[in-house]
Design a protein around this ligand. Structure first.
Ligand SMILES: Cn1ncc2cc([C@H](O)c3cccc(CNC(=O)c4cc(-c5ccc(F)cc5)cc(O)c4O)c3)ccc21
Ligand SMILES: [Mg+2]
Length: 214
């Protein structure tokens, strides 16, 4: 049987990037997905917004919901201070297998903990399994109809603290209308929309940044 899109993305990284160089891994994926085969990475345009929010927050513990092939895991982990960690949750074993290899190729395996499973099952286990008190930063990029339930779950599990930053991908395309309603009409969040475009296209999309105030 033929290869999968994630497998072809990994091949492009192994062919065009330099081992241990996260920047070259990011460029290799962006080049491949822009010129050869589209894939649902946050991409270079929205990636610059992700980078700037991360630099501002400088998280000690970051959470990512939806690893896919690890593109945003690499973008996030490359900017973390020493001793800081990214926990990324992926339920699809095929995606997780590729992501592990791409994260390792970038040399970031010591900063990233990839956990296989569904966010709804794993979020309640974060404290006991990883000794997490709370997250400083959360990147939401999994199923768009899970953004609201998982944000509520993070609240209920006491995993958000005053100042925690949530950054949500795709709030315009494919869209996360319930999530926008939830964070924008909620006194416990200070929200701001960062306009951009859907990865590798001219279609409108953007990121919503929401700061937990409680
Ligand atoms: C519960 N749980 N826990 C962990 C976890 C992890 C996953 C997977 O990582 C996974 C699998 C499939 C889809 C997604 C969500 N992403 C998208 O659907 C998306 C679409 C598009 C787009 C835009 C325009 C198009 F025309 C087509 C696709 C652009 C984007 O940037 C996206 O992120 C995430 C799923 C549920 C999970
Ligand atoms: Mg996305």
């Amino acid at each position: 049987t033929g290869s999968s899109r994630p497998q072809r993305m990994l091949k492009a990284v192994q062919k065009n990037a330099t081992k241990g160089d996260p920047k070259s891994v990011i460029s290799a994926i962006d080049y491949y997905c822009r010129h050869k085969e589209w894939a649902m990475n946050v991409g270079d345009d929205k990636g610059l917004i992700l980078d700037s929010v991360l630099t501002e927050v400088n998280p000690s513990t970051a959470l990512e919901l939806g690893t896919y092939c690890g593109y945003s895991s690499v973008r996030i982990a490359r900017l973390l201070s020493p001793d800081s960690k990214l926990i990324t949750i992926e339920f699809n074993p095929a995606f997780a297998a590729i992501a592990r290899q791409i994260i390792a190729y970038a040399g970031l395996q010591d900063k990233v903990i990839l956990v296989e499973g569904a966010s709804g099952d794993l979020i309640p286990k974060m404290k006991e399994r990883f000794g997490i008190k709370s997250f400083d930063f959360v990147f939401l990029d999994h199923w768009k109809d899970r953004y609201v339930p998982d944000t509520k779950l993070l609240e209920d599990c006491g995993l958000l603290k005053k100042g925690t930053v949530l950054l949500a991908d795709n709030v315009i395309c494919p869209g996360a209308p319930e999530y926008l309603k939830y964070v924008r009409n909620n006194p416990r969040y200070e929200s701001r929309y960062y306009p951009s475009n859907l990865e590798y296209t001219k279609v409108e999309d953007g990121l919503e940044k929401s700061v937990f105030l409680e």
